[in-house]
Design a protein around this ligand. Structure first.
Ligand code: AAL
Length: 411
């Protein structure tokens, strides 16, 4: 790490392409060359800002029911038509919350993705969508998956369509414990046949993915089905790895899936979006963990390294990724997709709804307007519910502050 010689002048404004060896360098300057890029944000293929747009048809719901549309799949373009699949809950009642499972029943959901089915919509432009209805419905009560089907993603393999989704049976289970099943169809419009058994089982007790297999995300890579997923343990006590992603690999979409011995392959993230990039796999990690809000790259699809920090990442992003199943070693990247957001007043009886995001993560599109940094958020961002200081916290801070804030030393 230490450079040998003494500097004869201050660090140059025009960044040397190669790491200087004629001067001492700080750890940060070493990282600029070893970890990041001297091309700065504008020249970093893994850096982008995200811009969001309301969409019609599957955006905020205007019915009298409590409706949620969330966790959109990757977007497919078939002919001139875009397709997306997503979780849809339509219930008379709002969810009672995970701490009141006892108050839930066949009509009252526990969480936003409870009592849901897998629905789908189509579009000609990616901004105006038309809900086509239920793709995969829950089976009759008493069967595997009868409580809720949620968080779908789509795979096309040998001309057949597959939907993977979380499968809740009998009742939503504490800690969102669930496994993943699959349905298949000969076309994007169905009819779909459910497999009605887990294809990605939870891990064994004490293992990192022993409670939940969430967010199934299939790609075709190295001639096989690579199904990335978020795992979480049943034990949420401190010290447990609470957010991590793994991958399970199979020769055929219905399995058997073999979990990678390197799992977890990420140490952060929530609903992770992945896409083929050159000969490897890129990933956007959001929300949780030390590497949240980073875009990472794994040349082998397994060993991911952070390549950019990003801001206001899309939640539960499903990208339009034309080469998600091409497996041609030349991933071209992405420019848009769908994600979900939380409604604000007056739509408080609604669940999450779907929006569009646009970005500049494509090797074929030059979009410098998306490569800006130094973003300035307006007041709505600073005073939104998850960011504004709650009144109770303010009162506590005021009560503590008189003693806690010592006079400035030296004054
Ligand atoms: C989502 C996903 C999974 C979780 C819940 C619904 O954001 O992580 O699908 O189970 O939240």
């Amino acid at each position: 790490m230490k450079s040998e010689s003494k500097a004869t002048s201050a660090f140059p404004s025009f960044l040397p392409k190669e790491k200087p060896t004629d001067r001492p360098l700080s750890a940060a300057t070493h990282r600029l060359y070893d970890m990041w890029t001297t091309e700065q944000d504008i020249g970093n293929p893994f850096y982008t800002t995200f811009r969001y747009s309301p969409i019609t048809g599957i955006g905020i719901d205007d019915s009298a029911l409590s409706v949620s549309r969330r966790d959109p799949s990757k977007v497919l373009k078939i002919g001139e038509t875009y397709y997306v699949w997503y979780t849809r809950r339509r219930s008379k009642y709002m969810p009672v919350g995970r701490f009141h499972i006892d108050k839930a029943n066949d009509e009252i959901p526990v969480v936003d993705w409870d009592l849901a089915d897998i629905c789908y919509a189509t579009s000609k432009d990616g901004f105006n969508w038309e809900e086509q209805g239920v793709a995969v419905a829950r089976p009759p009560k008493g069967n595997y998956g009868d409580r809720s089907l949620s968080t779908p993603d789509v795979l096309v393999f040998d001309g057949r369509y597959y939907l993977y989704y979380q499968t809740f049976t009998t009742m939503w289970r504490e800690n969102d414990c669930v496994n993943v099943s699959v349905a298949w169809s000969d076309g994007p419009d169905g009819p779909w046949t459910r497999l009605d058994r887990p294809v990605i089982p939870q891990g064994e007790p004490g293992e990192w993915d022993s409670c939940a297999i969430h967010d199934p995300y299939p790609l075709i890579y190295k001639g096989k089905v690579w199904l990335y997923y978020k795992g979480s343990p049943a034990d949420k006590s401190p010290g447990n790895l609470l957010r991590a992603q793994g991958v399970a690999i199979a020769d055929h979409p219905e399995g058997p899936f073999i979990k990678s011995e390197l799992n977890p392959v990420s140490n952060s993230g929530h609903e992770t979006m992945l896409w083929p990039y050159e000969g490897g796999i890129a990933a956007l990690l959001i929300q949780d963990g030390p590497e949240k809000d980073t875009i990472q790259f794994a040349p082998d699809g397994l060993n991911f390294e952070p390549r950019a920090h990003v801001q206001l990442s899309p939640h539960a992003p499903g990208p339009f990724c034309p080469d998600a199943f091409a497996d041609n070693g030349d991933g071209r990247g992405i420019t848009w997709g769908l994600s979900h957001i939380i409604p604000q007043t007056p739509n408080t009886n609604k669940g999450l709804y779907i929006v569009r995001f646009d970005c500049a993560l494509s090797r074929d599109a030059d979009r410098p307007e998306f490569k800006r940094s130094n973003l300035h958020w307006h007041e709505a961002a600073w005073f939104q519910p998850e960011v504004k200081l709650p009144e109770a916290w303010r009162q506590r801070i005021l009560a503590e502050q008189a003693d806690f804030d010592k006079p400035t030393l030296g004054t």
